[in-house]
Design a protein around this ligand. Structure first.
Ligand SMILES: Cc1cc2nc3c(=O)[nH]c(=O)nc-3n(C[C@H](O)[C@H](O)[C@H](O)COP(=O)(O)OP(=O)(O)OC[C@H]3O[C@@H](n4cnc5c(N)ncnc54)[C@H](O)[C@@H]3O)c2cc1C
Length: 454
Protein backbone atom coordinates (compact mmCIF):
# COMPACT_ATOMS: atom_id res chain seq x y z
CA UNK A 1 0.00 0.00 0.00
CA UNK A 2 2.88 2.36 0.74
CA UNK A 3 4.00 2.34 -2.92
CA UNK A 4 0.43 3.05 -4.04
CA UNK A 5 0.25 5.97 -1.62
CA UNK A 6 3.66 7.19 -2.80
CA UNK A 7 2.12 7.65 -6.27
CA UNK A 8 -0.49 10.01 -4.83
CA UNK A 9 2.03 11.89 -2.68
CA UNK A 10 4.10 12.50 -5.82
CA UNK A 11 1.11 13.98 -7.67
CA UNK A 12 -0.03 16.41 -4.96
CA UNK A 13 1.60 19.50 -3.41
CA UNK A 14 3.73 18.84 -0.36
CA UNK A 15 1.83 18.41 2.88
CA UNK A 16 -1.53 17.53 1.32
CA UNK A 17 -1.18 13.83 2.16
CA UNK A 18 -0.84 13.20 5.90
CA UNK A 19 0.18 9.83 7.39
CA UNK A 20 1.17 10.83 10.93
CA UNK A 21 -0.54 8.16 13.13
CA UNK A 22 -1.63 10.70 15.77
CA UNK A 23 -3.32 12.81 13.11
CA UNK A 24 -4.91 9.73 11.50
CA UNK A 25 -6.31 8.80 14.93
CA UNK A 26 -7.97 12.20 15.26
CA UNK A 27 -9.87 11.61 11.97
CA UNK A 28 -11.27 8.17 12.91
CA UNK A 29 -14.65 9.24 14.24
CA UNK A 30 -17.22 11.97 13.90
CA UNK A 31 -19.53 13.12 16.71
CA UNK A 32 -21.44 9.82 16.58
CA UNK A 33 -18.29 8.34 18.22
CA UNK A 34 -18.85 5.01 16.45
CA UNK A 35 -16.66 2.53 18.37
CA UNK A 36 -16.28 0.35 15.26
CA UNK A 37 -14.41 3.13 13.39
CA UNK A 38 -11.33 2.03 11.45
CA UNK A 39 -8.13 3.93 10.74
CA UNK A 40 -7.45 5.40 7.32
CA UNK A 41 -4.09 4.89 5.59
CA UNK A 42 -3.91 8.66 5.00
CA UNK A 43 -5.78 11.91 5.47
CA UNK A 44 -5.77 14.06 2.33
CA UNK A 45 -6.31 17.81 2.75
CA UNK A 46 -6.57 19.38 -0.72
CA UNK A 47 -7.05 23.09 -1.41
CA UNK A 48 -8.35 22.97 -4.98
CA UNK A 49 -10.89 21.06 -7.06
CA UNK A 50 -8.08 19.84 -9.35
CA UNK A 51 -6.39 18.21 -6.35
CA UNK A 52 -9.64 16.46 -5.41
CA UNK A 53 -9.81 15.20 -9.02
CA UNK A 54 -6.28 13.82 -8.73
CA UNK A 55 -7.22 12.02 -5.51
CA UNK A 56 -10.35 10.43 -6.98
CA UNK A 57 -8.65 9.36 -10.22
CA UNK A 58 -5.99 7.65 -8.10
CA UNK A 59 -8.58 6.10 -5.73
CA UNK A 60 -10.60 4.85 -8.69
CA UNK A 61 -7.58 3.33 -10.38
CA UNK A 62 -6.59 1.46 -7.21
CA UNK A 63 -10.16 0.86 -5.92
CA UNK A 64 -9.39 2.59 -2.64
CA UNK A 65 -12.31 3.73 -0.50
CA UNK A 66 -12.68 7.49 0.06
CA UNK A 67 -14.42 8.93 3.11
CA UNK A 68 -15.25 12.60 2.44
CA UNK A 69 -15.14 14.71 5.58
CA UNK A 70 -15.99 18.28 6.51
CA UNK A 71 -15.52 19.13 10.19
CA UNK A 72 -16.55 15.74 11.60
CA UNK A 73 -19.52 17.09 13.61
CA UNK A 74 -21.91 14.60 11.96
CA UNK A 75 -24.09 12.59 14.33
CA UNK A 76 -24.74 9.49 12.22
CA UNK A 77 -21.25 8.15 11.58
CA UNK A 78 -21.15 9.33 7.95
CA UNK A 79 -17.54 10.52 8.22
CA UNK A 80 -16.30 7.50 10.18
CA UNK A 81 -12.92 6.30 8.87
CA UNK A 82 -12.48 2.81 7.44
CA UNK A 83 -9.38 0.63 7.63
CA UNK A 84 -7.34 1.00 4.45
CA UNK A 85 -9.43 3.93 3.16
CA UNK A 86 -8.39 7.54 2.77
CA UNK A 87 -10.18 10.37 4.53
CA UNK A 88 -10.61 13.31 2.16
CA UNK A 89 -10.96 16.38 4.36
CA UNK A 90 -12.16 19.66 2.82
CA UNK A 91 -11.02 21.77 5.78
CA UNK A 92 -8.46 23.73 3.75
CA UNK A 93 -10.88 24.65 0.94
CA UNK A 94 -12.07 27.94 2.39
CA UNK A 95 -12.63 30.58 -0.33
CA UNK A 96 -15.81 32.65 -0.53
CA UNK A 97 -17.00 35.28 -3.01
CA UNK A 98 -20.21 37.19 -2.29
CA UNK A 99 -22.24 38.86 -5.05
CA UNK A 100 -24.68 41.32 -3.43
CA UNK A 101 -26.35 42.06 -6.79
CA UNK A 102 -27.53 38.50 -7.48
CA UNK A 103 -27.65 37.83 -3.71
CA UNK A 104 -25.51 34.73 -4.08
CA UNK A 105 -22.24 33.46 -2.66
CA UNK A 106 -19.80 31.00 -4.22
CA UNK A 107 -18.22 29.06 -1.40
CA UNK A 108 -15.70 26.25 -1.05
CA UNK A 109 -16.88 23.42 1.19
CA UNK A 110 -14.48 23.82 4.12
CA UNK A 111 -15.79 27.19 5.32
CA UNK A 112 -17.80 26.91 8.54
CA UNK A 113 -21.50 27.71 8.42
CA UNK A 114 -20.88 30.58 10.90
CA UNK A 115 -18.13 31.98 8.66
CA UNK A 116 -20.49 32.00 5.67
CA UNK A 117 -23.12 33.81 7.75
CA UNK A 118 -20.56 36.37 8.89
CA UNK A 119 -19.09 36.97 5.41
CA UNK A 120 -22.50 37.60 3.83
CA UNK A 121 -23.68 39.71 6.79
CA UNK A 122 -20.98 42.25 5.81
CA UNK A 123 -23.12 42.86 2.69
CA UNK A 124 -26.39 43.12 4.65
CA UNK A 125 -27.30 39.58 3.56
CA UNK A 126 -28.29 36.39 5.38
CA UNK A 127 -27.67 32.68 4.86
CA UNK A 128 -30.55 31.17 6.89
CA UNK A 129 -29.83 27.44 7.55
CA UNK A 130 -28.68 27.30 11.16
CA UNK A 131 -27.84 23.88 12.60
CA UNK A 132 -27.15 24.19 16.33
CA UNK A 133 -23.57 23.24 15.43
CA UNK A 134 -23.26 26.23 13.06
CA UNK A 135 -20.06 27.46 14.70
CA UNK A 136 -18.24 24.14 14.22
CA UNK A 137 -19.64 22.47 11.06
CA UNK A 138 -18.64 23.05 7.43
CA UNK A 139 -20.89 24.25 4.65
CA UNK A 140 -19.84 21.19 2.59
CA UNK A 141 -20.97 18.90 5.42
CA UNK A 142 -24.23 20.86 5.63
CA UNK A 143 -24.89 20.28 1.94
CA UNK A 144 -23.85 16.63 2.06
CA UNK A 145 -26.33 16.03 4.93
CA UNK A 146 -28.95 18.59 3.83
CA UNK A 147 -28.67 20.05 7.32
CA UNK A 148 -31.62 21.62 9.09
CA UNK A 149 -31.71 23.81 12.13
CA UNK A 150 -33.76 26.17 14.20
CA UNK A 151 -35.04 28.67 11.65
CA UNK A 152 -35.93 25.96 9.10
CA UNK A 153 -39.54 25.88 10.27
CA UNK A 154 -40.01 29.13 8.36
CA UNK A 155 -37.02 29.34 6.03
CA UNK A 156 -36.52 25.74 4.88
CA UNK A 157 -33.44 23.55 5.00
CA UNK A 158 -30.05 23.65 3.28
CA UNK A 159 -31.28 22.41 -0.10
CA UNK A 160 -33.56 25.45 -0.39
CA UNK A 161 -30.42 27.65 -0.58
CA UNK A 162 -28.31 25.56 -2.96
CA UNK A 163 -28.44 26.99 -6.49
CA UNK A 164 -25.40 25.27 -7.88
CA UNK A 165 -22.61 22.83 -7.12
CA UNK A 166 -19.29 21.69 -8.42
CA UNK A 167 -18.90 17.99 -7.69
CA UNK A 168 -16.02 15.62 -8.34
CA UNK A 169 -17.29 12.18 -9.27
CA UNK A 170 -15.75 8.84 -8.33
CA UNK A 171 -13.73 8.68 -11.58
CA UNK A 172 -12.30 12.19 -11.03
CA UNK A 173 -14.61 14.04 -13.46
CA UNK A 174 -15.58 17.50 -12.18
CA UNK A 175 -19.14 18.55 -13.07
CA UNK A 176 -20.86 21.89 -12.65
CA UNK A 177 -24.56 21.71 -11.82
CA UNK A 178 -26.91 24.70 -11.63
CA UNK A 179 -25.49 28.16 -10.99
CA UNK A 180 -26.44 31.66 -9.83
CA UNK A 181 -29.92 31.46 -11.41
CA UNK A 182 -33.04 31.61 -9.29
CA UNK A 183 -34.98 29.64 -11.88
CA UNK A 184 -33.43 26.88 -13.97
CA UNK A 185 -35.22 23.69 -15.03
CA UNK A 186 -32.79 22.51 -17.71
CA UNK A 187 -32.06 18.79 -17.33
CA UNK A 188 -32.82 16.55 -14.38
CA UNK A 189 -32.57 18.08 -10.88
CA UNK A 190 -29.05 16.75 -10.38
CA UNK A 191 -28.03 19.55 -8.03
CA UNK A 192 -30.65 18.34 -5.57
CA UNK A 193 -29.53 14.72 -6.04
CA UNK A 194 -26.15 15.56 -4.51
CA UNK A 195 -27.63 17.56 -1.62
CA UNK A 196 -28.00 15.07 1.22
CA UNK A 197 -26.03 12.34 -0.59
CA UNK A 198 -23.67 11.99 2.41
CA UNK A 199 -20.47 11.67 0.42
CA UNK A 200 -21.70 8.59 -1.47
CA UNK A 201 -22.15 10.08 -4.96
CA UNK A 202 -19.37 12.67 -5.27
CA UNK A 203 -17.22 15.18 -3.42
CA UNK A 204 -18.66 18.69 -3.32
CA UNK A 205 -15.87 21.17 -4.02
CA UNK A 206 -17.84 24.39 -4.57
CA UNK A 207 -21.36 25.60 -3.93
CA UNK A 208 -23.42 28.56 -5.11
CA UNK A 209 -25.71 29.65 -2.29
CA UNK A 210 -28.87 31.73 -2.45
CA UNK A 211 -28.94 34.51 0.16
CA UNK A 212 -31.73 36.58 1.69
CA UNK A 213 -31.79 40.15 2.95
CA UNK A 214 -30.77 40.37 6.63
CA UNK A 215 -33.31 38.94 9.07
CA UNK A 216 -35.42 41.32 11.15
CA UNK A 217 -34.87 41.19 14.91
CA UNK A 218 -37.18 38.57 16.39
CA UNK A 219 -39.77 38.68 19.16
CA UNK A 220 -39.26 35.60 21.36
CA UNK A 221 -41.79 33.73 23.48
CA UNK A 222 -40.73 31.18 26.09
CA UNK A 223 -43.27 28.92 27.79
CA UNK A 224 -42.98 26.15 30.34
CA UNK A 225 -45.42 23.25 30.75
CA UNK A 226 -46.32 20.53 33.23
CA UNK A 227 -46.79 18.02 30.42
CA UNK A 228 -45.00 17.37 27.14
CA UNK A 229 -48.32 16.54 25.47
CA UNK A 230 -49.64 20.06 26.22
CA UNK A 231 -46.52 21.60 24.67
CA UNK A 232 -46.83 19.36 21.58
CA UNK A 233 -50.51 20.27 21.13
CA UNK A 234 -49.61 23.98 21.10
CA UNK A 235 -47.20 23.33 18.20
CA UNK A 236 -49.97 22.08 15.93
CA UNK A 237 -52.22 25.03 16.78
CA UNK A 238 -49.44 27.55 16.08
CA UNK A 239 -48.22 26.08 12.79
CA UNK A 240 -51.79 25.76 11.58
CA UNK A 241 -52.20 29.54 11.75
CA UNK A 242 -48.85 31.36 11.41
CA UNK A 243 -45.24 30.89 10.28
CA UNK A 244 -43.01 31.27 13.34
CA UNK A 245 -39.29 31.74 12.64
CA UNK A 246 -38.50 29.26 15.41
CA UNK A 247 -40.52 26.69 17.38
CA UNK A 248 -38.23 24.62 19.58
CA UNK A 249 -38.91 22.11 22.36
CA UNK A 250 -36.87 20.87 25.34
CA UNK A 251 -37.97 18.28 27.90
CA UNK A 252 -37.21 18.34 31.63
CA UNK A 253 -33.94 16.38 31.33
CA UNK A 254 -32.63 18.86 28.76
CA UNK A 255 -33.85 21.87 30.78
CA UNK A 256 -32.04 20.60 33.88
CA UNK A 257 -28.89 19.61 32.00
CA UNK A 258 -28.68 23.10 30.45
CA UNK A 259 -29.43 24.76 33.80
CA UNK A 260 -26.67 22.68 35.45
CA UNK A 261 -24.19 24.27 33.05
CA UNK A 262 -25.53 27.74 32.25
CA UNK A 263 -27.30 28.70 35.53
CA UNK A 264 -29.72 31.04 33.80
CA UNK A 265 -32.73 30.41 36.03
CA UNK A 266 -34.66 27.94 33.86
CA UNK A 267 -37.62 26.27 35.59
CA UNK A 268 -36.17 22.97 36.80
CA UNK A 269 -39.65 21.64 37.66
CA UNK A 270 -41.11 22.11 34.18
CA UNK A 271 -41.83 18.99 32.11
CA UNK A 272 -41.25 20.90 28.88
CA UNK A 273 -40.13 24.29 27.62
CA UNK A 274 -40.95 25.86 24.25
CA UNK A 275 -38.83 28.59 22.67
CA UNK A 276 -40.69 30.29 19.82
CA UNK A 277 -40.08 33.41 17.80
CA UNK A 278 -41.40 35.57 15.01
CA UNK A 279 -39.16 37.73 12.82
CA UNK A 280 -42.00 39.39 10.92
CA UNK A 281 -41.58 43.14 10.58
CA UNK A 282 -43.05 45.58 13.14
CA UNK A 283 -46.61 45.03 14.29
CA UNK A 284 -46.92 41.68 12.48
CA UNK A 285 -44.08 40.23 14.58
CA UNK A 286 -45.66 41.50 17.79
CA UNK A 287 -49.03 40.05 16.78
CA UNK A 288 -47.45 36.66 16.05
CA UNK A 289 -45.70 36.70 19.43
CA UNK A 290 -48.96 37.58 21.19
CA UNK A 291 -50.76 34.81 19.32
CA UNK A 292 -48.14 32.22 20.31
CA UNK A 293 -48.22 33.37 23.95
CA UNK A 294 -52.02 32.99 23.90
CA UNK A 295 -51.85 29.50 22.40
CA UNK A 296 -49.28 28.42 24.99
CA UNK A 297 -51.49 29.75 27.80
CA UNK A 298 -54.60 28.05 26.42
CA UNK A 299 -52.67 24.78 26.07
CA UNK A 300 -51.99 24.95 29.83
CA UNK A 301 -48.56 26.60 30.07
CA UNK A 302 -47.49 27.24 33.68
CA UNK A 303 -45.49 30.32 32.70
CA UNK A 304 -45.21 32.38 29.51
CA UNK A 305 -42.57 35.05 28.93
CA UNK A 306 -42.26 37.32 25.87
CA UNK A 307 -39.48 39.69 24.86
CA UNK A 308 -38.61 41.83 21.86
CA UNK A 309 -35.09 42.39 23.20
CA UNK A 310 -32.89 40.39 20.76
CA UNK A 311 -30.19 39.69 23.39
CA UNK A 312 -32.73 38.39 25.89
CA UNK A 313 -34.33 36.20 23.22
CA UNK A 314 -30.93 34.95 22.03
CA UNK A 315 -30.08 33.74 25.57
CA UNK A 316 -32.99 31.25 25.39
CA UNK A 317 -32.09 30.21 21.84
CA UNK A 318 -28.49 29.64 22.99
CA UNK A 319 -29.84 27.49 25.84
CA UNK A 320 -31.73 25.36 23.34
CA UNK A 321 -28.65 25.09 21.09
CA UNK A 322 -26.60 23.99 24.08
CA UNK A 323 -28.94 21.10 24.93
CA UNK A 324 -26.96 18.33 23.19
CA UNK A 325 -23.57 19.12 24.80
CA UNK A 326 -25.35 19.64 28.15
CA UNK A 327 -27.07 16.22 28.08
CA UNK A 328 -23.82 14.68 26.79
CA UNK A 329 -22.26 15.63 30.13
CA UNK A 330 -24.50 12.98 31.75
CA UNK A 331 -23.06 10.05 29.79
CA UNK A 332 -22.45 8.75 26.29
CA UNK A 333 -25.24 9.53 23.84
CA UNK A 334 -27.00 7.60 21.14
CA UNK A 335 -28.50 10.50 19.31
CA UNK A 336 -31.76 10.09 17.44
CA UNK A 337 -33.14 12.36 14.70
CA UNK A 338 -36.59 10.97 14.02
CA UNK A 339 -39.37 13.07 12.50
CA UNK A 340 -43.13 12.68 12.10
CA UNK A 341 -46.00 14.61 10.53
CA UNK A 342 -46.93 17.32 13.05
CA UNK A 343 -50.19 15.80 14.35
CA UNK A 344 -48.19 12.71 15.44
CA UNK A 345 -45.64 14.72 17.47
CA UNK A 346 -47.30 14.08 20.86
CA UNK A 347 -47.58 10.34 20.09
CA UNK A 348 -43.90 10.22 19.18
CA UNK A 349 -42.79 12.02 22.35
CA UNK A 350 -45.13 9.88 24.48
CA UNK A 351 -43.92 6.70 22.76
CA UNK A 352 -40.28 7.59 23.42
CA UNK A 353 -41.10 8.02 27.14
CA UNK A 354 -42.60 4.50 27.17
CA UNK A 355 -39.48 3.08 25.46
CA UNK A 356 -37.29 4.84 28.06
CA UNK A 357 -39.34 3.37 30.92
CA UNK A 358 -39.37 -0.13 29.40
CA UNK A 359 -35.58 -0.20 29.09
CA UNK A 360 -34.88 1.74 32.31
CA UNK A 361 -32.97 4.43 30.39
CA UNK A 362 -32.71 8.21 30.52
CA UNK A 363 -33.89 9.51 27.15
CA UNK A 364 -34.07 13.27 26.84
CA UNK A 365 -36.13 14.73 24.00
CA UNK A 366 -35.33 18.01 22.29
CA UNK A 367 -36.99 18.96 19.04
CA UNK A 368 -37.24 21.33 16.13
CA UNK A 369 -40.88 20.96 17.06
CA UNK A 370 -42.33 23.10 14.29
CA UNK A 371 -40.82 20.66 11.76
CA UNK A 372 -41.94 17.55 13.71
CA UNK A 373 -38.22 16.69 13.94
CA UNK A 374 -37.19 15.33 17.35
CA UNK A 375 -33.83 14.37 18.83
CA UNK A 376 -34.34 11.74 21.52
CA UNK A 377 -30.96 11.62 23.30
CA UNK A 378 -30.36 8.15 24.76
CA UNK A 379 -27.92 8.40 27.67
CA UNK A 380 -25.88 5.30 28.52
CA UNK A 381 -22.63 4.13 30.06
CA UNK A 382 -20.50 2.27 27.48
CA UNK A 383 -18.68 0.52 30.35
CA UNK A 384 -21.97 -1.17 31.29
CA UNK A 385 -22.56 -3.74 28.48
CA UNK A 386 -26.13 -4.55 29.56
CA UNK A 387 -27.07 -0.87 29.56
CA UNK A 388 -25.34 -0.30 26.21
CA UNK A 389 -27.37 -3.16 24.73
CA UNK A 390 -30.61 -1.71 26.11
CA UNK A 391 -29.66 1.67 24.63
CA UNK A 392 -29.09 0.15 21.19
CA UNK A 393 -32.40 -1.72 21.38
CA UNK A 394 -34.16 1.54 22.29
CA UNK A 395 -32.36 3.30 19.38
CA UNK A 396 -33.97 0.84 16.95
CA UNK A 397 -37.37 0.91 18.64
CA UNK A 398 -37.53 4.71 18.38
CA UNK A 399 -36.94 4.54 14.64
CA UNK A 400 -39.57 1.80 14.28
CA UNK A 401 -41.98 3.97 16.29
CA UNK A 402 -41.39 7.00 14.04
CA UNK A 403 -41.80 4.99 10.82
CA UNK A 404 -44.97 3.44 12.26
CA UNK A 405 -46.33 6.96 12.80
CA UNK A 406 -45.71 7.82 9.14
CA UNK A 407 -42.38 9.46 9.95
CA UNK A 408 -38.71 9.19 9.09
CA UNK A 409 -35.60 7.68 10.70
CA UNK A 410 -33.73 10.94 10.06
CA UNK A 411 -34.94 14.50 9.56
CA UNK A 412 -31.58 16.24 9.18
CA UNK A 413 -28.53 14.31 10.44
CA UNK A 414 -28.52 11.72 7.67
CA UNK A 415 -28.43 7.93 7.64
CA UNK A 416 -24.65 7.59 7.88
CA UNK A 417 -23.45 4.22 9.15
CA UNK A 418 -25.49 4.12 12.35
CA UNK A 419 -28.94 4.17 10.73
CA UNK A 420 -28.25 2.26 7.53
CA UNK A 421 -29.83 -1.00 8.78
CA UNK A 422 -33.18 0.81 9.14
CA UNK A 423 -33.21 2.60 5.77
CA UNK A 424 -34.81 -0.14 3.68
CA UNK A 425 -37.59 -0.49 6.28
CA UNK A 426 -38.58 3.13 5.76
CA UNK A 427 -38.09 3.40 1.98
CA UNK A 428 -39.51 0.04 0.93
CA UNK A 429 -37.95 -2.30 -1.67
CA UNK A 430 -38.69 -0.28 -4.82
CA UNK A 431 -37.32 3.05 -3.55
CA UNK A 432 -34.35 1.30 -1.94
CA UNK A 433 -33.53 -0.42 -5.24
CA UNK A 434 -33.78 2.91 -7.08
CA UNK A 435 -31.34 4.49 -4.60
CA UNK A 436 -28.93 1.63 -5.20
CA UNK A 437 -29.22 1.90 -9.00
CA UNK A 438 -28.29 5.58 -8.83
CA UNK A 439 -25.33 4.80 -6.56
CA UNK A 440 -24.22 2.02 -8.92
CA UNK A 441 -24.46 4.32 -11.95
CA UNK A 442 -22.33 7.05 -10.36
CA UNK A 443 -19.91 4.95 -8.34
CA UNK A 444 -19.75 1.47 -9.90
CA UNK A 445 -16.77 0.36 -7.78
CA UNK A 446 -18.38 1.65 -4.56
CA UNK A 447 -15.33 3.67 -3.52
CA UNK A 448 -17.25 6.71 -2.24
CA UNK A 449 -18.06 6.39 1.46
CA UNK A 450 -18.87 2.66 1.29
CA UNK A 451 -21.15 1.44 4.04
CA UNK A 452 -22.71 4.87 4.61
CA UNK A 453 -26.21 6.03 3.77
CA UNK A 454 -27.36 3.84 0.84
C1 LIG B 1 -23.90 19.85 19.18
C2 LIG B 1 -24.37 19.51 17.79
C3 LIG B 1 -25.55 20.06 17.32
C4 LIG B 1 -26.01 19.75 16.03
N1 LIG B 1 -27.16 20.33 15.58
C5 LIG B 1 -27.58 20.09 14.32
C6 LIG B 1 -28.78 20.70 13.82
O1 LIG B 1 -29.44 21.49 14.50
N2 LIG B 1 -29.15 20.41 12.56
C7 LIG B 1 -28.43 19.55 11.76
O2 LIG B 1 -28.82 19.31 10.61
N3 LIG B 1 -27.31 18.95 12.21
C8 LIG B 1 -26.86 19.20 13.45
N4 LIG B 1 -25.72 18.59 13.92
C9 LIG B 1 -25.03 17.60 13.06
C10 LIG B 1 -23.88 18.11 12.17
O3 LIG B 1 -23.31 19.30 12.69
C11 LIG B 1 -24.39 18.32 10.74
O4 LIG B 1 -24.77 17.06 10.19
C12 LIG B 1 -23.39 18.99 9.79
O5 LIG B 1 -24.04 19.25 8.56
C13 LIG B 1 -22.14 18.15 9.54
O6 LIG B 1 -21.15 19.00 8.99
P1 LIG B 1 -19.60 18.59 9.06
O7 LIG B 1 -18.81 19.61 8.33
O8 LIG B 1 -19.18 18.36 10.45
O9 LIG B 1 -19.63 17.23 8.23
P2 LIG B 1 -18.99 15.82 8.58
O10 LIG B 1 -19.49 15.31 9.86
O11 LIG B 1 -17.52 15.88 8.40
O12 LIG B 1 -19.62 14.94 7.39
C14 LIG B 1 -21.00 14.68 7.35
C15 LIG B 1 -21.33 13.87 6.10
O13 LIG B 1 -21.11 14.65 4.94
C16 LIG B 1 -20.14 14.07 4.07
N5 LIG B 1 -19.36 15.19 3.54
C17 LIG B 1 -18.78 16.20 4.25
N6 LIG B 1 -18.23 17.10 3.39
C18 LIG B 1 -18.48 16.65 2.13
C19 LIG B 1 -18.17 17.15 0.83
N7 LIG B 1 -17.50 18.28 0.63
N8 LIG B 1 -18.58 16.43 -0.24
C20 LIG B 1 -19.27 15.27 -0.08
N9 LIG B 1 -19.58 14.76 1.12
C21 LIG B 1 -19.19 15.44 2.21
C22 LIG B 1 -19.37 13.09 4.94
O14 LIG B 1 -18.85 12.00 4.19
C23 LIG B 1 -20.44 12.64 5.91
O15 LIG B 1 -21.22 11.63 5.32
C24 LIG B 1 -25.25 18.88 15.20
C25 LIG B 1 -24.04 18.33 15.67
C26 LIG B 1 -23.59 18.65 16.95
C27 LIG B 1 -22.28 18.07 17.42
Amino acid sequence: MQSVLAELIAELPEGVVVTDPDILASYRQDRAFDPSAGTAMAVIRPRRTEEVQTVLRWASAHKIAVVPRGMGTGLSGGATALDGAIVLSTEKMRDITVDPVTRTAVVQPGLLNAEVKKAVADYGLWYPPDPSSFEICSIGGNIATNAGGLCCVKYGVTTDYVLGLQVVLADGTAVRLGGPRLKDVAGLSLTKLFVGSEGTLGVITEVTLKLLPAQHPACTVVATFDSVEAAASAVVTITGKIRPSMLEFMDSVAINAVEDKLRMGLDRNAAAMMVASSDDRGAAGTEDAEFMARVFTEAGAKEVFSTDDPDEGEAFVAARRFAIPAVEAKGSLLLEDVGVPLPALADLVGGVAKIAARHDLMISVIAHAGDGNTHPLIVFDPADPAMAERAHTAFGEIMDLAVGLGGTITGEHGVGRLKRPWLAGQLGPEAMALNQRIKQALDPDNILNPGAAI
